[in-house]
Design a protein around this ligand. Structure first.
Ligand SMILES: Nc1ncnc2c1ncn2[C@@H]1O[C@H](COP(=O)(O)OP(=O)(O)OP(=O)(O)O)[C@@H](O)[C@H]1O
Length: 600
């Protein structure tokens, strides 16, 4: 510990400390009462040990030396060595317990936060930058360690050290004690000013680092890289990177140089404190009011008071910063769960796959002028195919979001096998339904693990037949390590068509009863296209399906076509019926499907 405490933080502007925040923080410590008590013991014992060397010094000067008592001198010196040694040993134990305690609280909160994030709806992820959620989970939760083992422990230990020292020095001589305490602010207050300036720079540096990380994270992803390369924006990105990295460098230099001169002067002037004690104490000793040993002991005590007293000056700001940190964390732990699990779920042992929308409306934003979906009603009977068609922005994707309960409807109800989606637990719903998105989504894992994500207990035979069905088995066999080959971030080591077929194999493994398919608009080569189309035909057989259709072959096969426009179903029927009405469908047919048909 340095003589002066210098690590002042910038006070968060809009945060007030509330007792309920600290009650909530304390609740995390209740299950950890054993280490908490051990920690308290360490802090009290260390505060007591701090005053012992001063008292022993006084005894050495006042009794052992004048009394020519060598054995007593040895005893006192042994005490002088042992007390700090014991304090250091306690310090090691204390820091171990504090770290464990902090890490245990962090572990609990991190798990709770991850669970809360997993329970959020798609709305949360479309409205939140992924870097922000990551920063809450990593940096903010990581900061708990320093609040528990730093802020809280230091506060308790500094208060106790100052109180213990003050009690002892007042007991020794109250006049000299008053002088010692009066000197302290002269040294402490200026350090606070410099410390605050450093805190402000530290705050700016932290913001800079967060901004830099989210910039780099976005640019160094596959999507970011592609965007940069395809727009030839290397120079712009290089310049932005230099600017952001340069700002971080400048702040780091500024932060480390600020206050160095000031600290140097302060250290030099630190000797003024003891000098004043010698002056007043010496004068009292000359007049016989106190002993020489008491004067020397006072100087020792004064030296030990600087660090805890200067840290305490800023205790309020430290606590407010800790409160702000916890409030950010609690904000995430308390995120409302919009799409929640039912309290008493309805079990669906064997689904048949019927889906029904009844007067369903959806507003993405309560302030939005119009509904994204407005009074939608339709049925997908078991085993039938319903196609959604409509111009861009009509609301087709929104219908599929509702069918998989990525959102809940603002009004109306949706049932699966006659049960309201809100009464089915999310795992059961995911068991019986499957979505095939335009862009297949994968983690960076092996082919086998990617498939097992759909059914962790699948046998090798099941995996093999799912891959056969999706016509991807030959591709896998040709990979360097077969099923154990890593497919790269987002599966980018596979071609677009291979990724699609692997996604279909994953769904075949799951064996759902309702398939929600967003047909790819981008054309793959004709062989790949045919393979996917064959795999899909087999997969859709005997299952219900809701398809955002882009191909003529699909709409012709559909049992019912829903024509959407502006969030509403404006027409419905079979291909022939709709064509004969010469409405929006006929227009779409001419503009979209006939062009696709010529490609097919
Ligand atoms: N997360 C969101 N937040 C706010 N509005 C959204 C969101 N997602 C979609 N919308 C809006 O809802 C409307 C319907 O969008 P949706 O994606 O369902 O249309 P779509 O028919 O699938 O279009 P496309 O064929 O172009 O994919 C659009 O006006 C869109 O801007």
């Amino acid at each position: 510990m340095s003589t002066f405490h210098f690590e002042y933080q910038k006070k968060p502007d809009d945060v007030k400390m509330r007792l309920e925040d600290w009650r909530r923080i304390a609740r995390y410590l209740v299950p950890e009462w054993r280490p908490t008590l051990q920690l308290l013991f360490c802090i009290v014992a260390a505060a007591v040990l701090v005053v012992i060397p001063g008292l022993l010094t006084r005894e050495v000067i006042d009794t052992a030396i004048p009394g020519h008592d060598f054995p007593r001198l040895c005893l006192l010196v042994a005490g002088m060595i042992l007390a700090p040694l014991a304090a250091s040993l306690l310090g090691v134990w204390q820091s171990y317990i504090a770290t464990r305690l902090g890490q245990d609280v962090m572990f609990d909160i991190r798990n709770q936060m991850y669970d809360r994030l997993l329970r959020q709806s798609l709305r949360f992820y479309t409205n939140t930058r992924s870097a922000e959620a990551l920063s809450r989970l990593q940096s903010d939760v990581g900061g708990i360690q320093s609040v528990v083992s730093g802020t809280v422990v230091n506060l308790a230990s500094n208060v106790l050290t100052v109180v213990a020292t003050a009690v002892v020095i007042f007991h020794l001589d109250w006049r000299l004690a008053l002088v010692a305490l009066a000197i302290l602010p002269i040294f402490i207050l200026p350090t606070r000013k410099v410390g605050r300036a450093r805190g402000q720079i530290a705050g700016r540096a932290q913001e800079g680092i967060a901004d830099f990380s989210s910039y780099v994270q976005e640019r160094l992803s596959i999507g970011g890289f592609l965007l940069m390369r395809l727009f030839g924006a290397q120079d712009v990105e290089r310049a932005t990177f230099r600017r952001k990295a340069g700002a971080m460098r400048d702040l780091a230099i500024e932060q480390s140089s600020l206050g160095r001169w000031f600290l140097m002067f302060l250290m030099s002037f630190a000797s003024i404190g003891p000098a004043l004690i010698y002056l007043v104490g010496g004068w009292e000793a000359i007049s016989g009011a106190i002993t020489t040993g008491t004067v020397v002991a006072f100087v020792t005590f004064l030296g030990r008071l600087y660090a805890p007293a200067s840290a305490l000056v800023n205790a309020q700001v430290d606590l407010i910063s800790a409160t702000a940190l916890f409030r950010r964390i609690f904000g995430y732990l308390d995120l409302p769960v919009e799409v929640d699990e039912p309290l008493v779920p309805v079990a669906i042992a064997d689904a048949c796959g019927a889906l029904c929308f009844k007067s369903v409306s959806l507003a993405y934003d309560s302030a939005a002028a119009r509904f994204a979906l407005d009074d939608i009603s339709f049925e997908v009977p078991a085993g039938k195919m319903v196609a959604l068609v409509g111009p861009s922005g009509a609301g087709k994707t929104s219908v599929t979001y509702l069918a998989t309960r990525l959102y809940d409807p603002t009004a109306g109800s949706i049932t699966f096998d006659g049960v309201d989606l809100r009464a089915i637990d999310l795992k059961t719903l995911a068991r019986w339904t499957a979505s095939v998105t335009q862009e297949a989504i994968f983690f960076n894992a092996t082919v086998k693990d990617s498939l097992l994500y759909a059914k962790p207990d699948a046998t090798d035979e099941e995996i093999e037949s799912a891959c056969q069905l999706a016509q991807v088995h030959e591709v896998i066999a040709a990979l360097p390590e077969g099923l154990m080959t890593f497919i790269g971030e987002k599966g980018y080591k596979l071609s677009g068509g291979e990724r699609q077929r692997l996604a279909l194999a994953r769904i075949a493994l799951r064996d759902p009863k309702l398939i929600i398919l967003d047909e790819a608009t981008s054309s793959l080569d004709s062989r790949s296209e045919a393979q996917i189309s064959d795999a899909l035909k087999i997969l859709l057989q005997g299952r219900s399906s809701l398809v955002i259709a882009h191909r003529l072959s699909t709409i012709i096969r559909a049992d019912l076509i829903l024509v959407m426009d502006n969030g509403r179903i404006v027409d419905r029927g079979t291909h022939a019926e709709l064509l004969s009405r010469q409405g929006l469908y006929e227009k779409l047919y001419r503009e979209q499907f006939m062009t696709h048909a010529s490609v097919e």
